[in-house]
Design a protein around this ligand. Structure first.
Ligand SMILES: *Cc1c(COP(=O)(O)O)cnc(C)c1O
Length: 502
């Protein structure tokens, strides 16, 4: 092959240097301009030539044509779309190592690589950060919370059908993973599996579609007074339906508002007791919300801490690392206390060359997740956690919450905007504000265009959404670079400027 190894090594060193510079210089705009996009689009080849253009040319193409047409979602602290997080310097460093060494983390082979030990340790460090017990050091790194929600519902499906079988006294049927959903359901006399939840994330519903549970079998168990909080009486009445097996899914951090479905340990304990009584599985989707557990025990964050209290009572937890942990895409985590259930679902049917040594101190990742071959995505997590510690992550998150609260407080008093969800009590609204400030304009015309007008400035980027039948904008704050005062000034300026002439 026509590759000059010496030259490329030097190029790589230069490239690392320039990547570092790129990531260290936040831009004053967050979106690429139209001409950069057009230029990049025009530069895309229509087909693959048999002769490669070579390293120098492709490098120029990438850096000069393609890169200018990226957005600065992770590089700029004033990109507030979705919940994207950024990449900490330590995580960026580690991610380069991951690609360079390209370890395939699937089977624990302690004499061949330290990778599985590092991954398992990283899970433990994450458990520590989230103030969970080390019994939770059972799980895996996934491609994100979508993947983790699939794992959680798959484990739930396994457990609830088997519990129904056991309660019916059927002992002949094997696991759902072994016998399949249909045979197991028939043997258990079940007509379906239902997921009882409030404002589940779209990815959770997608997981239900993938797993044969069905998107239509998500049942809302919210209170009349609040679409996110759980009506415990309604929940119990649904759980008591003996034709259905049930998974209870708790939204620990809802994407529009950043708020929590539960409000403290006692409520989670009630959910736990109900699940035990009816043989249901308790899953928590804590993609970003679970990070509320790292906040200091001060009155400032009390309401947030209550929202993620008692997560340790769940059977499974889904979370994201590429959001608030600020490691690169794609990285999420899945924890379960019921390791046996996960093995029944995900065991990689006896390929002999894929089994590790006799004494397995570290479980092989391929038996508790979707993939066989896997990226070493645990390394940036490991590196960033050790570099900054729980105190570092705590202060990043505090700064993000303070920005969300500054914006929310300012909107509350603003003549032309509403701080959402609407409230008469400013302090209560602020106390509930986590990393999202949700805003609508009072004027319908302005409100319809609000997200587009804000994004046109390219000083910020926000996601449009809908709140109680009207358009709204989510200002979601998740980047480690955020400095509350600096970004607050930008948001104020943008929101005031877009009211001009409307
Ligand atoms: C982002 C998010 C997801 C999906 O996570 P991905 O990392 O995008 O797969 C699931 N649940 C919640 C609550 C989220 O915020």
């Amino acid at each position: 092959m026509n590759v000059d190894v010496k030259a490329t090594a030097k190029e790589h060193a230069q490239l690392q240097e320039s990547l570092w510079k790129i990531s260290q210089s936040p831009k004053s705009t967050v979106l690429p301009d139209a001409s950069s996009l057009a230029r990049a689009r025009a530069s895309l080849p229509r087909s693959l030539d048999s002769k490669g253009i070579g390293y120098d040319s492709i490098r120029r193409h990438i850096l000069e044509d393609i890169v200018p047409a990226f957005n600065y979602s992770s590089i700029s602290p004033s990109y507030f779309g979705f919940v994207t997080g950024g990449v900490t310097p330590a995580a960026l460093f580690a991610d380069g190592i991951v690609s360079a060494y390209d370890q395939n983390v699937q089977v624990h082979l302690p004499d061949h690589s330290i990778a599985t030990d590092v991954e398992f340790t990283a899970l433990g460090l994450l458990v520590d950060l989230l103030k969970l017990d080390r019994e939770w050091q059972n799980g895996t790194f996934t491609t994100g919370a979508t993947g983790s929600n699939i794992l959680g519902l798959a484990c739930g499906r396994e457990y609830v059908v088997r519990t129904a079988l056991a309660r019916k006294g059927v002992t002949s049927t094997r696991s759902v993973g072994e016998s399949g959903l249909f045979e197991s359901m028939l043997a258990a006399g079940l007509t379906g599996i239902q997921v009882l939840s409030t404002m589940p994330h779209s990815s959770l519903v997608k997981a239900g579609g993938i797993l044969g549970i069905g998107r239509a079998n998500f049942i809302d168990v919210s209170r009349d007074s609040d679409p996110l909080r759980i009506d415990l009486n309604l929940l119990e009445s649904k759980l008591s339906n003996s034709e259905k097996a049930s998974i209870v899914a708790v939204s620990s951090g809802e994407v529009n508002t950043g708020r929590f479905a539960t409000g403290g340990l006692a409520e989670m304990q009630t959910l736990r007791d109900l699940c035990d009584k009816y043989g249901a599985w308790l899953h928590v989707d804590g993609a970003f919300g679970i990070f509320g557990r790292i906040l200091p025990e001060t009155p400032e964050f009390e309401v947030i801490r209550e929202g993620c209290e008692g997560i340790e009572l769940a059977d499974s937890i889904a979370g994201d690392c590429h959001k608030l942990l600020n490691v690169p895409y794609d990285c999420g985590f899945f924890f379960t206390r019921k390791q046996g259930v996960a093995q029944d679902v995900f065991q990689n049917a006896n390929a002999v060359y894929l089994t590790g040594g006799q004494t397995q101190s570290v479980p092989s990742p391929l038996n508790i997740g979707l993939e066989n071959s896997r990226r070493f995505r645990a390394l940036p997590v490991y590196t960033s956690l050790l570099a900054y510690g729980s105190a570092g992550y705590q202060s990043m998150l505090q700064e993000q919450i303070r920005l969300a609260r500054k914006i929310t407080g300012w909107l509350f008093d603003h003549p032309r905007y509403n701080a959402l969800p609407e409230s008469n009590d400013k302090q209560a609204l602020l106390d509930k504000t986590f990393i999202v400030a949700l805003v609508s304009a009072k004027d319908d015309e302005l409100n319809r265009q609000l997200a587009a007008k804000m994004n046109e400035t390219s000083k910020v980027f926000v996601s449009g959404t809908a709140w109680q039948g009207r358009p709204a904008c989510r200002i979601a704050i998740s980047n480690w670079r955020v400095q509350a005062d600096r970004e607050f000034a930008i948001v104020k300026e943008v929101l005031d400027s877009v009211t001009q002439g409307v």
